[in-house]
Write a protein of this length. Structure first.
Length: 129
């Protein structure tokens, strides 16, 4: 992805039309070299921030462009009510990143802190104590 532009089979695509999805915590099939299903794993929501980080640091994409494909674009393009913007009446989903390495420091979802200062406050369904 270049500044505001993604590439699809050599064509330029407006970055405002691109979304990324992690299928976070969903089933993730594992295939061998011959394409046979060998098992299932769990999709990781952390794959999204890894892709944002790669886009910014490896590919030179502006941070605001890299972030829009995981924030405002899915909210708008997938018509997810309450998602994609920090405005009155929305869900108050927020991620605070450290500026140097874009590591997640704090997470708020629907107005509730799930992680603060790198410390998880809430465990997910598949996480152990």
């Amino acid at each position: 992805m270049q500044q505001g532009v993604a590439r699809d089979a050599g064509r330029r695509v407006d970055a405002g039309h691109v979304t990324f999805s992690s299928d976070g915590q969903g089933s993730l099939p594992i295939f061998d070299a011959q394409g046979r299903l060998r098992g299932l794993d769990v999709g990781r929501v952390t794959s999204l921030i890894a892709e944002v980080r790669d886009a910014v640091f490896r590919d030179g994409v502006a941070l605001e462009t890299a972030l829009q494909v995981v924030t405002s674009n899915p909210g708008r393009l997938l018509k997810l009510r309450g998602k994609g913007q920090l405005t009155v009446g929305r869900d108050a989903d927020l991620i605070l990143l450290d500026p140097a390495g874009l590591e997640i420091r704090s997470v708020m979802a629907r107005g509730r802190w799930l992680m603060q200062d790198g410390r998880p406050l809430v465990k997910g369904t598949f996480e152990s104590e």
